[in-house]
Design a protein around this ligand. Structure first.
Ligand SMILES: [Fe+2]
Ligand SMILES: [Fe+2]
Length: 269
């Protein structure tokens, strides 16, 4: 099972020439291990996507500072406001005085409720996404998610699709390379994580969901990065098939045991 007893950070990895991944992994008792990734677009206007685990603050900031001077950090893209995505936001806003936060209206509202200074927020849904270091990041809602403010993006310049929490997978062990995960472990890990993180998926319209997943295949990004999966350089189509099979087939394999429908059926039994 998991070769990890506590959350830990691992070496930064190159995603493309411009993108780097800051990688942590955390043990999930009885279920395996889960990556928790942040991403850095280096350049004259550096952008950080999500801020890692607060319990690993010192290590996270050290690994970030090994890549850039925090004075040069101009943007912090928050995919959503879950603790594993904003863990070091407060420290970063202090340590990176020129950084502005990219989120949408609901995301800003949640930050405000959590006591953050929202004067440094740039609203994606009103002002759009600024051109960042020559990259045009097209905002996109990932195929599934666990918080309604979730916003991913497609970087057309580098062909990188950021999927936020979707396509996360619980895996048996920490791995550097997704290619070293067996097909069976990947299918199992994707299904189990999606059922935990987005239990409503078993109730969605199968046609609409499968069309959205097929859209990702047509978009055909060169690379997909998820907050909770090693970098995917191949097999994106196969992963969309796994999720499609789990939720959209005639014999969908994942159901929510806490749905109202399930409760009613248990009364009738
Ligand atoms: Fe989340
Ligand atoms: Fe997450």
């Amino acid at each position: 099972m998991a070769n990890l007893s506590a959350p830990e950070m691992f070496d930064n990895q190159a995603v493309t020439k411009n993108w780097k991944m800051l990688s942590a992994w955390m043990p999930v008792p009885e279920l395996g291990v889960l990556p928790v990734n942040s991403f850095l677009l280096r350049g004259r206007e550096a952008l950080l996507v999500d801020t890692g685990l607060g319990m690993l603050a010192d290590d996270f900031l050290e690994r970030l500072e090994s890549e850039i001077d925090l004075e040069d950090l101009k943007w912090i893209w928050l995919s959503h406001m879950d603790a594993d995505h904003i863990g070091n936001l407060r420290s970063l806003l202090n340590a990176a005085p020129n950084a502005r936060v990219l989120t949408n209206f609901l995301g800003m509202g949640k930050l405000n409720l959590a006591g953050f200074d929202v004067s440094r927020v740039h609203l994606i849904d009103q002002a759009g996404v600024p051109d960042i270091a020559g990259h045009n990041l097209a905002p996109v809602r990932p195929p599934y998610y666990d918080a309604p403010e979730t916003i991913g993006f497609f970087d057309r310049d580098d062909g990188v699709f950021f999927a936020a929490d979707s396509f996360g997978a619980l895996l048996p062990n920490v791995v550097q390379d997704l290619a070293s995960v067996s097909d069976a472990d990947l299918a199992d890990g994707l299904s189990r994580w999606s059922a935990i993180d987005a239990p409503w998926l078993s109730l969605v319209d199968k046609g609409a969901f499968s069309r959205n997943l097929a859209g990702l295949k047509r978009l055909d990004p060169a690379i997909m990065v998820s907050s909770h999966l090693p970098v995917a350089r191949h097999g994106i189509s196969e992963m969309t098939e796994i999720i499609t099979k789990a939720y959209c087939g005639d014999a969908a394999i994942v159901a929510d045991p806490l749905s109202v429908d399930h409760l009613l059926r248990s009364f009738a039994a």
